[in-house]
Design a protein around this ligand. Structure first.
Ligand code: PMP
Length: 358
């Protein structure tokens, strides 16, 4: 039998394992920051109708530029943006991969501030981009001065910021983004996958786009919109950035079915985004209750919460799983991450947490 090791793969990929959170069939799945609420029936019907209308034309390639969808996404974002400022792909992972293909690549580097989204260094690896593991303080803070100093030290071609940050949950202070923009010699990417869940008074980096042609903000429909299975991520930036990613995107990368489904979902955004308030309420309930029980908990602007467990987080993860609750071990010693879902899921999580010492 041939194994991976027998194949002539790139040396820098040898010995690596693919990214992937466990997909286990347990009653309470709170490990991938999905939206726990199923798509409401009227939206299911609208998406089915929109997708059905495309079926007869599947002999033809889709709109390569996805212009109608990009116009709809720009309309959702506001901030004076139009289709020329927006680009879409199969999840924000693909958008970020395209950005690293065009602005990173062999001989170039990207800088992120760990712990942050674990796909960022993997996307760098896959695109042959060197990776600088930037620092945060022990309590995961990142100040404007420290971020700027690290950019000055490494002079990366791409800086990747994540706000609200996964896995900590906390949004960056806008001063951090401004300081990085002032210092960065290349592109600055702000991953805002969880923007819709931010606490009041947390401005989006979209407000900084005018006058900053090297700033890119990525968003996704996987979280607040409850559209993770639909695979739709997008970016907002100067139109020149949209021209740039078209140099590396595959032709017809976004299927006609995806474009139609995403447009129907966006047309029903009020129904889909109605879950955001309920999820934020569960998020705040988890933070408050765990703190009341004596756990250290990071502030959260997202649909998940990072909390400290008394001992080894792997034992705590297993104890929760034994009680039917799947959370995420993000590899931070002593910490676990839980997604905020429905009230019943929070009940089950908090009940299971009775066995986990603070
Ligand atoms: N950015 C962050 C910070 C994420 O947590 C995720 C998903 N876990 C993504 C991007 C990618 O999401 P998608 O590809 O589904 O848009």
């Amino acid at each position: 039998m041939t194994s991976l090791d027998d194949l002539p793969i790139r040396d820098d990929l040898r010995g690596r394992t693919p990214y992937g959170a466990p997909q286990l069939a347990v009653p309470v799945r709170l490990n991938t920051n999905e939206n726990s609420y199923p798509v409401p029936e009227p939206v299911v019907e609208a998406i089915a109708k929109a997708v059905t209308a495309e079926l007869r034309d599947l002999n033809r390639y889709p709109d390569r530029d996805a212009l109608a969808l990009r116009a709809d996404l720009a309309g959702y974002l506001g901030h004076g943006l139009d289709a020329a400022h927006v680009w879409a792909a199969n999840g924000s992972n693909e958008v970020q991969q395209q950005l690293l293909q065009v602005f990173g690549g062999p001989g170039r580097t990207a800088l992120g501030f760990t712990p942050a989204y674990s796909m960022h260094p993997l996307l760098a690896l896959g695109t042959g981009t060197g990776w600088w593991d930037g620092r945060r303080t022990a309590d995961f803070d990142l100040t404007a001065a420290d971020a700027a100093a690290q950019v000055r030290e490494h002079r990366p071609d791409v800086v990747i910021l994540c706000s609200p940050n996964n896995p900590t949950g906390t949004a960056l202070h806008p001063e951090v983004i401004s300081a990085v923009l002032a210092e960065a010699p290349g592109m600055v990417l702000v991953d805002e996958a969880y923007a819709e869940f931010a606490r009041p008074g947390t401005p989006s980096a979209l407000t900084l786009l005018p006058g900053h042609p090297r700033l890119v903000v990525t968003r996704t429909m996987s979280k607040a919109f409850g559209f993770a299975g639909g695979r739709l991520g997008y970016l907002a930036a100067d139109p020149a950035v949209v021209d740039a990613v078209q140099l590396v995107r595959l032709p017809y990368h976004l299927s006609a079915l995806t474009q139609a489904a995403a447009r129907a979902a966006l047309a029903h955004r009020d129904a889909l985004l109605a879950t955001v308030q309920a999820i934020k309420a569960q998020r705040d309930r988890i933070v408050d209750e765990l703190r009341r029980r004596g756990h250290t908990v990071a502030d959260s602007d997202a649909n998940f919460v990072l909390f400290r467990t008394g001992g080894d987080q792997r034992a705590a993860w297993q104890a929760l799983l034994d009680r039917g609750v799947l959370v995420r071990d993000v590899g931070l010693a002593g910490w676990l991450r839980v997604t905020a879902g429905t009230e019943q899921e929070t009940d089950a999580f908090l009940a299971a947490m009775e066995v986990v010492d603070p």
